[in-house]
Design a protein around this ligand. Structure first.
Ligand code: ADP
Length: 894
């Protein structure tokens, strides 16, 4: 920089350089005299005024002056031009800005020659202000400065450096577009392609990119998408084998965070240049991470702008790009998983529907073939039936009909669900039809002690109701049958009325109700509530789902309201008239039967839920079975069984099977079973697992926790097949477990063996008690006897020794047991013992054998011995018992 010793800032003509911060002081000390502009006091006033304005502005201002466009600028402008200062000051523009002169030179010349102002907004100028051609953006205006001659002396240039804003906006756009990828991608590969496309739209910040996905071993990766790079180049190989890569790159590809490379060229060779003339040199490797997976699933190699230093904000940009890429891929992954799950579920659902409809169909033929001969037989078309056979046939017939009803419901439901069934609609007198259908339930309700109210006034509508009578029948019967099933006392009401062009059917009951959390799901297929106090546990969870589908077929809907413990109301709303129906499915009015096979099946089924004494069918059945007598079963030697099951047919069937050998008390639930057991303890309890009130497991628990009953053999019956059910039953403490269907032989065998086992157990218990009593008695006799009572084994080793022996011989029990009997025998009588033992071995007693024995203190004692063989349980002689009595003092021997 030139310095001056010339005029001071306050010298005349130099006032224009006053103030202006650092640039002011630099300009004041500048050797202007040696510059193109000459000494300041000789500058034209217009230049001086412009320079003064420039120096005292906070906005970046540059003044170009004279034909050579010499540069004069302030502090703010100095910041913009970086390393070009101080060389630029007082020097011609062309020398300072050779790299952009082709752009700004003509603009300036235009202003100087024509005096027309011009401006540029966010103009890209590649300034070498930091030692490399840097991407910079400026907004500026060129205004002519008129000199005293009236010509153009120079150009006044306020400048704003908009580089940061322009680049930030561009990067934000990229990030925003990447975020959109997350919403649009349907699978991971598509996400990669969308990401690459988005990156390719910003070739300035990301001159190139290649997205790779790892294979399962993570040792190689396949190329998923590229941006700004030729396929097959080192960056975009279809497969990248990671171990063959330079070490730093391989590490970066498998790392958890983005890795920046100042010099990617040295690792990958020449790189693409994107939007620039020069190739990229540096770049970044970004891992693709998915939440929930420990390691990255792939990576992105991206180039960096060769005209921008990787500063903090660039680094942050790459980081955010990485995060957005990961989120987009993760969203696609999640979507893919969700879709696969949904597809799998839909497939299962389809398969289930197909299965149900196939299987139901297949069931119908054999069932029909079963029913026909049963009906013939029951009608006694082939002659008189043997007694008892009618009952069995009636059970078979009733259950075959029940099975057919279930199968028909399933079939109907799956056909409707698969949209294979549309119905045939006809105009009907809906109140009359509904009331007639409901009347099927009247006597059933009366028998059950329930009030039954039916109110179906005329609909008062110009439009008739169009229904498919068979389907409407299903709606009414299902709702009434449920109301009956879940209402033990009170009332069932059925109403039908017209309102606002709709027919509204309500079935209200005062039954057990439905918990509020279950209400929204009650119409789902197979939805059932466990542990309910209804008339039965029977059910499939299809009834309400079917009602829901049938109401929909009629253009209507069904809803439920309920208060748990107080009752439920089901409402079917259906538009009147036929506008909502497909004309192709409307048929002419025809005769409708309301007492149908379906209605019979519903009633017959419901009848079986009644307690035995109320159910006419069961009474009738019993009458046939026991020839008019009540079910009195005499005492049988086989034992007494309490048998619990809520299914009346099952109850009767098993009772009949067992009653030949055992006395059976059949009850409909666990609670009644417990009452019966407590009233009189049976020899065995047989119980179904699924029962209302108290189920089989509950009954078992009650029995096991009652000390009077805990030993009672319990056999559980269940329809749940499989080993787990068996294990569950046995773990719960059941003695045995039978799964339905079981054969009568199997049942009799299991029941018989458990009764036998319990009897033997009882006998053993009693025998043991007796044995223990006599053992105790014997022990006390032995203990209190004056005689010495000793036992020994066949080798003469003493095995027991009573107090009498201690008194007679002086040895305590502890001293004697385990020693040889020879310790008592004087040496001159040693031969006696083998002789005695030989007799014992032969099973002979030795009575009153008089001899001499030696006491502990060495004194002799005359004794009379009685020795008897001792036998084990199998009669083998295992030792001898010996009674020794002192006869020294006895008068007979003294
Ligand atoms: P299912 O009766 O064969 O079990 P549904 O689909 O007809 O099947 O009914 C589903 C469940 O809804 C029943 O298991 C029962 O718990 C409940 N439910 C249906 N109707 C009533 C009612 N009127 N009162 C109480 N609960 C009911």
């Amino acid at each position: 920089m030139a310095t001056s010793v010339g005029p001071t800032p306050t010298s005349k003509g130099y006032e224009c350089l006053q103030g202006g911060g650092e640039m002011g002081s630099i300009m004041r000390s500048f050797d202007w005299a040696s510059s193109v502009l000459g000494p300041v006091d000789q500058w034209p006033q217009s230049l001086r005024t412009s320079v003064s304005t420039c120096l005292n502005s906070r906005f970046a201002i540059l003044v170009w002056w004279g034909p050579e466009l010499v540069m004069l600028y302030n502090d703010a402008y100095r910041q913009i031009i970086g390393a070009k200062h101080p060389a630029a000051l007082g020097h011609p523009g062309r020398e300072c800005w050779p790299e952009i002169w082709d752009i700004i030179g003509p603009m300036l010349a235009n202003v100087m020659q024509k005096g027309e102002a011009t401006w540029a907004s966010d103009l890209l100028l590649m300034l070498e202000r930091n030692g490399y051609p840097e991407e910079c953006y400026f907004t500026f205006s060129y205004s002519p400065i008129r000199d005293e001659s009236g010509g153009i002396g120079g150009v006044f240039t306020p400048v704003a450096d908009t580089t940061e804003r322009v680049i930030n906006e561009r990067r934000i756009t990229t990030l925003r577009d990447l975020a959109v990828c997350a919403a649009n991608a349907r699978d991971i590969r598509q996400a990669c392609r969308l990401i690459a496309k988005t990156l390719s739209e910003n070739p300035r910040d990301i001159p190139f990119a290649a997205v790779y996905l790892f294979d399962e071993t993570r040792t190689s990766a396949s190329l998923a998408a590229t941006a700004g790079v030729d396929l097959g180049s080192t960056i975009a190989r279809p497969f990248a084998r990671i171990p063959e890569w330079p070490r730093q790159l391989a590490d970066a590809a498998t790392a958890a965070n983005a890795t920046l490379f100042d010099d990617l060229t040295s690792l990958l060779g020449p790189l693409p240049s994107g939007a620039w003339n020069a190739p990229a040199r540096s770049g970044v490797v970004i891992p693709i991470l998915i939440p929930g997976q420990k390691e990255s699933i792939g990576y992105v190699i991206a180039g960096a702008n060769p005209h921008k230093r990787i500063d903090e904000s660039y680094r942050t940009f790459f980081e955010l790009v990485g995060r957005h890429i990961s989120s987009a891929v993760a969203a696609a992954f999640e979507y893919e998983q969700e879709r696969k799950r949904a597809e799998a579920l839909a497939e299962i659902d389809r398969a289930k529907t197909t299965f149900f409809s196939n299987v139901s169909h297949e069931f119908r033929t054999p069932l029909t073939l079963l029913l026909a001969p049963l009906e013939d037989a029951l009608a006694n078309r082939h002659g008189i039936l043997p007694m008892g056979a009618a009952a069995s046939l009636a059970t078979a017939h009733r259950n075959a009909r029940r099975l057919l009803k279930l199968v028909n419901t399933l079939l109907e439901f799956s056909r409707i669900e698969a949209r294979r069934f549309q119905g045939s609609y006809q105009p009907v007198d809906l109140p009359a039809l509904t009331a007639d259908l409901a009347s099927n339930f009247r006597s059933l309700c009366e028998r059950a002690g329930l009030q039954f109210e039916v109110d179906c006034p005329p609909l008062a509508s110009a439009e008739p109701a169009y229904v498919d009578p068979d389907l409407w029948e299903q709606i009414v019967l299902n709702l009434l049958s449920n109301a009956f099933k879940f209402t033990l006392k009170g009332k069932i009401e059925l109403r039908l009325h017209g309102k606002d062009g709709n027919a509204i059917l309500t079935v209200r009951d005062t039954g057990i109700g439905i918990p509020p959390e279950e209400l929204p799901r009650i119409f789902e297929r197979f939805r059932r509530l466990e542990h309910r106090r209804g008339r039965t546990h029977e059910g499939t969870g299809i009834g309400l789902a079917l009602v829901h589908e049938l109401a929909k077929l009629h253009g209507g809907h069904v809803s439920a309201e309920s208060i748990e413990g107080a009752g439920s109301t089901f409402t079917v709303t259906m538009p009147l008239g036929s506008k909502h129906l497909d004309p192709a499915h409307i048929v002419a009015r025809r005769e409708i039967a309301t007492h149908t096979v379906a209605a019979d099946a519903f009633i017959e089924e419901a009848m079986r839920w009644l307690p035995d004494q109320q159910a006419e069918t069961n009474e009738a059945y019993r009458r046939t079975m026991y020839n008019g007598r009540r079910q009195v079963i005499e005492e049988h030697s086989g034992g007494r069984i309490v048998w619990a099951d809520d299914n009346a047919d099952m109850r009767a069937y098993v009772s009949r099977l067992l009653s030949g050998r055992f006395q059976v008390e059949a009850v409909p639930d666990g609670k009644s079973a417990l009452d019966a057991i407590r009233a009189r303890k049976p020899d065995l309890v047989l119980a179904d697992v699924m029962m209302p009130e108290l189920d089989g497991f509950g009954l078992l628990r009650a029995i096991r926790s009652d000390s009077n009953l805990s030993g009672l053999p319990v056999i559980l019956l269940s329809a749940r097949a499989g080993e787990e059910a068996r294990i569950e039953g046995l773990h719960a403490g059941a003695d045995d477990y039978l799964t339905k269907p079981f054969s009568s032989r199997e049942l009799l065998a299991v029941v018989g063996s458990h009764i036998e086992l319990s009897r033997v157990r009882q006998q053993v218990l009693e025998a043991r008690k007796k044995a223990e009593q006599s053992a105790r008695l014997l022990a006390s006799i032995v203990e209190s006897s004056d005689d010495a009572i000793i036992s020994k084994d066949l080798n003469g080793v003493i095995t027991s020794w009573n107090k009498g022996a201690e008194r007679l011989f002086g040895y305590t029990e502890a001293e004697a047991v385990g020693r040889s009997i020879m310790m008592l025998i004087p040496p001159d009588r040693a031969a006696e013992e083998p002789r005695i033992l030989a007799s014992v071995r032969r099973g002979e007693r030795v009575d009153h054998f008089e001899t001499i024995r030696i006491r502990k203190d060495g004194t002799p004692v005359r004794v009379s011995l009685t020795v008897s063989p001792v036998r084990d349980d199998e009669g083998r002689i295992v030792g001898a018992s010996k009674v020794a009595r002192e006869i020294t003092k006895s008068p007979a021997y003294s």
